[in-house]
Design a protein around this ligand. Sequence first.
Ligand SMILES: [Zn+2]
Length: 86
Amino acid sequence: MFKHRSPSQQEKILTLALRQIEIMLKNMQSDGKDLSRLKLKKFQKTHHIDCSCKLCKTAKTKNDPRLRGLLEDGFKVYLPGSSKDS
Ligand SMILES: [Zn+2]
């Protein structure tokens, strides 16, 4: 389904997502919660280093780890310096 989205549609979705997150965080802050230390990062877990699937083979040939197969792909909200950062 989302493979067929046009780039401009993708942009709209990203803008919408940004707005939603901003509004949500702002509302929480208005409620008196201190979110100033909150950080958001892109989170990707690639296949095992010895994996030999098509994607990982390509990544190895082109020497580009970003091309490797993905186990997980998402976002992580975290606090810098917090002890549990798994
Ligand atoms: Zn793989």
